[in-house]
Design a protein around this ligand. Sequence first.
Ligand SMILES: O=C(O)CCC(=O)C(=O)O
Length: 304
Amino acid sequence: MEDIYPSRCAAEPELLPRHDPVAYRPWAPDAPLSREQVEQFDREGYLVLENAFDPAELDVLQDETGRLLADPSALDEETVITERGSKEIRSIFAIHEQSRVMARLAADDRLAGVATFLLDDEVYVHQSRLNYKPGFRGKEFYWHSDFETWHIEDGMPRMRALSMSVLLAENTPNNGPLMVIPGSHRTYVTCVGETPDDHYRLSLKKQDYGVPDELSLAILAHKHGIVAPTGKPGTVILFDCNTMHGSNGNITPFPRANAFLVYNAISNRLQRPFGPEKPRPDFVATREFTPLEPRPASLHKAAG
Ligand SMILES: O=C(O)CCC(=O)C(=O)O
């Protein structure tokens, strides 16, 4: 079968067109987003939802984040990723499997319901993680399209997935907020270099393969510009699986903590990887394709 999104197999990078829709379901009055929001997501490949959670819900989420970060030894060891050369926590994966609160967050209608609408299908959590950037020492995430890695290393067939970053600490212009290239989701940047076995062990700390080249990034950034949405805790940033994004290090004293939930359409469940034979492990890219049942909007303690 021809791979319409080849990568890491040619000597030179290419800028290829996207072959898939972005917002899959046409807007209707009962949609969980306004018409303008759906159009913005479709056009720019990202969307910011402010004040998605009330203060009591935020307390619950922030307490849980503190608990996860405070005792990583209570978690599955391989899900805790430290920075290169230090013990500083960079990411904790599979948070929705290791925390009831995070599982409830992943299923919350305000997130899962929106993903179901935009992807026009039942959805499951392809990946979840807490990305932590401690003050002074938080390291960057270099530019990438998630889809390129998910396609090549995990076997995600098409662009029918999206990420939601739930801000759990204030993301300011200075503490390494997410940066996106709006409109870049319409271009697939192929990467150069065959993927080594078990690449994920290093790539979760710092990616060396599946990294777009500087000329392609410059072309996209000159054409579309770069935005860095900031916000208070409780803001949600949605972005399409092929939106080019990254973030700078954090040398301010203000830590940044964001929960990432990746929703994939059930019809787009993983196959064999399009690159290396061996898929990445489940904690990075699950192969249990259980559709979420969006739960009513409430993360209050009593909601269970
Ligand atoms: O946390 C960030 O700033 C970016 C994270 C990211 O790009 C990713 O998890 O794919």
